[in-house]
Ligand binder design. Sequence first.
Ligand SMILES: Cc1cc2nc3c(=O)[nH]c(=O)nc-3n(C[C@H](O)[C@H](O)[C@H](O)COP(=O)(O)OP(=O)(O)OC[C@H]3O[C@@H](n4cnc5c(N)ncnc54)[C@H](O)[C@@H]3O)c2cc1C
Length: 405
Amino acid sequence: MGSWKKEDGNYVWIHGPVIVGAGPSGLAVSACLKQNGVPFLILERSNCIASLWQEKTYHCLKLHLPSQFCQLPFLSFPENFPKYPTKHQFISYMESYATHFSIQPRFKQTVERAEFDGFWRVQTQDFEYFSWWLIVATGENAEPVVPEIQGIENFHGPVIHSSVYKSGSVFRNQRVLVVGCGNSGMEVSLDLCRFNATPHMVVRNSIHILPREVLGVSTFAIAMALLKWLPLRQVDKFLLLLANFSLGNTDRLGLRRPKMGPIELKNATGKTPVLDVGALSQIKCGKIKVMEGVTEITKNGAKFMDGQEKEFDSIILATGYKSNVPNWLKGTDFFTKDGMPKTAFPNGWRGENGLYVVGFTRRGLIGTSWDAVNIAGDIADQWRIINGGKNSCGSKILFKDSQEK
Ligand SMILES: Cc1cc2nc3c(=O)[nH]c(=O)nc-3n(C[C@H](O)[C@H](O)[C@H](O)COP(=O)(O)OP(=O)(O)OC[C@H]3O[C@@H](n4cnc5c(N)ncnc54)[C@H](O)[C@@H]3O)c2cc1C
């Protein structure tokens, strides 16, 4: 075990759980704890709540799923929100959520290490926090995935990850190589078309594309409803029928479908189906070019698996994100090496020794809400026992020198 002694001697005992991350998951579990009268502390590495949404998303982003599936516990979206709120609307909701529940994270606190040592020891660059409970809320998308592509260091133009892409205005009239064809790759390519750029989207693997809606009804809502009555594979078959009916055969466009159905694949691998918001029509009319895998990036462009070679002005890596839990959470085998809970949904929210996990269900914000309610209920039960039946206690932060904050 590494040394836990801080040079300045600041050890902090937290009455209630320590929550790592102030994204939607951290906020949701905080609100549920508040409702149960349990104090807590949230540690957040950036200087704002919902930093993924505020700092790492493009301007044109809207929620992929209809609003009723993206609300957090105990506070609905405002009535004037559209069915698919914009990212700015979602951020304003998150801000109101934090204000409504008086949630005040401690910002600029990066958790560098956490380990159970009879109680949880959580180390940031400034302090060491102790608690009986640790709630992991750092998200499935904590760090951008940047693939190694041969020759990329020789490319003459900018190479960026989609997490720093804001708008196609910067790429006006450019030839842009977009690596990746998930929701981000599709939406970035579509946005580039709006600025008269020529996106070439690299599609290395098979991919499920589904219509966002069929006859005005959200595909996600249809799937959720059917899953109550039918086995998963039958629902998948039905979704693929709907997709073929409304989008046609996507294989013809170079977008091969995986053998496994969309929901089964999502549950097994976390690979999210693309919900089409218009990119497909741009592919059909040739404005977005679909390319096979890249073999090499050259000084001026890229070579492709089918032997073609093309010149580009910029490269955007829409290659996704990964969890960062293995970097900082030590001494537990609750997570895989990829930083996802080993225990399958719906039981992946509780580990051992007071370890909890919110927002790692691969089910988006609806999964977050389920986790948050479960975790808060579980901790509240323990809290009441520890506090002799009392339901509430002021949140105190006690420093080693008995100073109260
Ligand atoms: C482009 C995009 C669009 C999406 N659209 C949807 C959608 O429409 N619907 C949906 O349900 N989901 C969507 N998602 C999934 C999205 O990740 C979740 O909806 C949501 O942001 C998850 O919330 P979270 O709090 O679990 O994780 P995050 O939002 O990632 O928040 C985690 C927080 O933890 C902080 N953190 C990380 N590591 C540390 C550390 N070591 N110390 C301290 N703080 C740390 C981060 O700074 C961050 O603020 C989308 C994701 C992306 C990338």
